[in-house]
Design a protein around this ligand. Sequence first.
Ligand SMILES: [Zn+2]
Length: 340
Amino acid sequence: MQPYYTLTENDKSFYRKYLQSRLPSKIYDIHVHLNLQEHVSMVPEERWLSDWAMEIGHVLPVDDVLACGEQLFPDSHYAVNGFPMPVKEADLRENNRYLAEEQRRDNLTAFMCIMPDWADEEIERGLVEDGFLGVKPYPDMVSGEKGADIGIFDFMPPNQWDIINRHRKAVMLHLPRKERFSADQNVKELKEIRRNYPDLVIIIAHFGRSFCPFFLEEGLRKLGSAEGFFFDTSAVLNPKVYDIAFTRLDPEQILFGTDMPITLFHGKREWTDRTYINLSSEDFSWNTDRRSPEEEATYTLFIYEQLRTILDAIDRNGLTGEMKECIFFRNAEQLLQGVQ
Ligand SMILES: [Zn+2]
């Protein structure tokens, strides 16, 4: 296995203190990017450096994520739902093929990455012959930028929505636009999608890119009812976001996700109302806001910080053990069973 991180004594004691007795017996991670080096070797280095998240990690084979899961969560059974790292320049077709094969071997469940200009037949083949349970469209496929000011139908046109709906599969939706979930146009398009495809499973990634509470609060207010949508927790660490999610959403709408390999670094996050900064003790080009060595020595893995935040919010908001199990694995099991 590649050294994605070093599990320090500090990490192990963080796990024992805050996670070990509180994590459920199973974890089903709905949001992981998986590939082999050869699927992204043609992507220019500047591309990784242009995005803090992709600079942290952009290669993670299936065997390795399972080994990471065993090491990071030694007392829980870790299962994974994965899809390629959605980068326009990558070899997405080969990456999809690799994940389909791993799914056939029962190593994971998988969604296929799709490009907006792919023919309907190709997507149908992925769903029917390769057995993908859903798709992962991405704003980057049009713009080369993940928060781009484009519409949902620009990176996943209506004909593709029709296909996924017809085959009763799922969509992992990463919202575009800089106002994220709170963008009027995003809310309008979500309503339109809900109206046209009332039974389609739609998972809104990162609570609609609500890494700060403002976006989730506003998005839910504008949407009126979030009924019929699912949301994943991937890369969200803000306690207030979870307070809103756990009071405004049904626990059955929330799916645990990590966004590995991006979350495999030592660090944490600080926020204002609408922005965040990532702090890290590691050497990344974006890591310019350094704290004292003593303070940085206390940083644990970002993914551990995320888990503690979720578990604390579950306790603080009085969610039951059963609700916790729903969020960590039952919802994913049930939802993915329904799109087989
Ligand atoms: Zn992701």
